[in-house]
Design a protein around this ligand. Structure first.
Ligand code: TRP
Length: 452
């Protein structure tokens, strides 16, 4: 494909891939998963899973995308022509579609909180807890739908501008700002009286709490956080120039994502403890408890609380957008390259599809809460079905493809830049062993644990 766009440099590619990886998964999901699953011990398993299972999947997707410079479907078709592997390429169009529909609902909640911090302030100074208002907001009909729509439209604006002038530019601005914002909140958080209990919770592991499901959650969280198994990493790597060192992109992305999850954990957990809030509060953790904490940060002066809250929710919205656009891109590239659609038309198609499905996810907290799929609400079903099932099966198939279907020589060429990168050559055998044996078995066991 002669005139296909590429990222300007490998640094920018890492920024964009880190932008995909760092999102609601780090700020919203990671802290409440840590809180629900026992703190430090969960974090240790999470870190091991990142390097032993997630990195091999990430590198498999990167190898496939970078070798073919095509969308997920085209890539599989090129590498394994005439086989059923192209179905994996299609799975990587369907999965981001489902994830996107509920992801943009949560993105919408953050937009509402941002709006409230700017225009209404949080009225907790008079002792009113924000939790009740969060519950009534998400279960209402129009507010969350309007915010879900705004969030989706923002994605359309960025993605339809293209890889370089849309995606690359947005990430270049947002990612550095995001790191500064989270460090700012972290400093505030750890300096609160009573914060040390939260720091201990993050640092002192109690392995007696670890059970099978907790291990599966930690592994699932590492896949979600690194955007794995559904083609978003594949599509971004397909925009990395041929001459670049993809091991750097893979490790850089993982390192940034892990660092950001830990920063978010240390920003949220000490504040949760300082405020005497239950760490296992679940998905509402940051939305329900943080506004209360912001009030404390303001030392009783409302505008200080508002400024901190604005910064925080701005960070959440930025992070969510840089992730959401990667899901859009995986689907858009398919329609542009395989169906000859214009980028704008493809983007609008993705918008209408994810927006429509998202309506049901949003309404499942209120008017449609009585509808249950396998005992779960529509939102929970989309979340569980994708993170426990589609992402693990996708991840498993990508490592099997790179480890067993592709020739060792092909993997070597990609991994080492055909011998150009000496360090990569040195560690290739160890990497290949993990790719071929450890990762498929590990991911396979996690996948099967869904059925026990
Ligand atoms: N990783 C992102 C986050 O942490 C979300 C995300 C983007 C994602 N692309 C994905 C999750 C693909 C699963 C699959 O918020």
């Amino acid at each position: 494909m002669a005139n296909r766009e590429t990222f300007g440099s490998n640094k920018v590619a890492i920024l964009a891939m880190a932008g995909s990886a760092i999102g609601l998964g780090n700020i919203w999901r990671f802290p409440y998963m840590v809180g629900q699953n026992g703190g430090a011990a969960f974090i240790i398993i999470y870190i091991i899973s990142c390097f032993l299972l997630a990195v091999p999947i990430l590198m498999s997707e990167t190898i496939i995308g970078h070798r073919t410079h095509q969308n997920t479907f085209g890539a599989m078709k090129t590498l394994a022509p005439g086989t059923k592997w192209s179905l994996l390429g299609l799975l990587a169009v369907v999965s981001p579609f489902i994830i996107m529909s509920y992801y943009s609902v949560v993105g919408g909640w953050s937009i509402d909180f941002l709006y409230k911090s700017v225009f209404e302030g949080f009225k907790i100074a008079d002792g009113q807890l924000q939790g009740t208002s969060f519950g009534s907001f998400i279960s209402s009909t129009w507010g969350p739908i309007i915010c879900h729509t705004i969030f989706s439209l923002l994605c359309v604006v960025i993605v339809s501008a293209g890889v370089k002038s849309g995606i690359e530019k947005f990430n270049k601005i947002c990612m550095p700002v995001l790191f500064i914002l989270i460090i700012f909140i972290l400093i505030f958080s750890v300096s609160l009286p009573g914060a040390s209990a939260g720091i201990d919770y993050m640092l002192k592991p109690d392995f007696s709490k670890i059970t099978g499901p907790i291990v599966a959650s930690a592994v699932g969280q590492s896949f979600f956080s690194l955007s794995l198994g559904v083609g978003t990493i594949l599509i971004y790597s397909s925009y990395i120039k041929s001459k670049e060192n993809i091991l750097n992109s893979g490790i850089g992305t993982t390192a940034f994502d892990l660092m950001f999850a830990l920063l978010a954990g240390f920003a949220v957990m000490p504040a949760v403890f300082a405020a005497g809030i239950e760490p296992g509060a679940g998905p509402g953790l940051i939305f329900e408890t943080l506004p209360f904490i912001f009030a404390k940060m303001g030392f009783g002066i409302p505008w200080i609380s508002s400024v901190v809250a604005i910064f925080f929710f701005l960070a959440v919205v930025f992070a969510a957008l840089t992730s959401a656009i990667s899901m859009y891109e995986a689907i858009v590239a398919y329609f542009v390259e395989e169906k000859n659609m214009s980028r704008r038309k493809a983007t609008l198609l993705v918008f209408f599809g994810t927006w429509f499905l998202g309506l049901f996810c949003s309404l499942s907290f209120g008017p449609l809460s009585h509808i249950k799929i396998m005992n779960l609400s529509i939102f929970d079903f989309c979340d569980k079905f994708t993170s426990n099932f589609l992402m693990t099966i996708g991840g498993l198939l990508f490592v099997i493809f790179a480890g067993w279907k592709m020739k060792k020589q092909e993997v070597w060429e990609e991994f080492t830049g055909s011998g150009k990168y000496k360090f990569n050559c040195k560690i290739f055998n160890a990497f290949y062993f993990i790719l071929k044996f450890i990762a498929p078995i590990g991911v396979g066991v996690v996948f099967l644990s869904n059925f026990i």
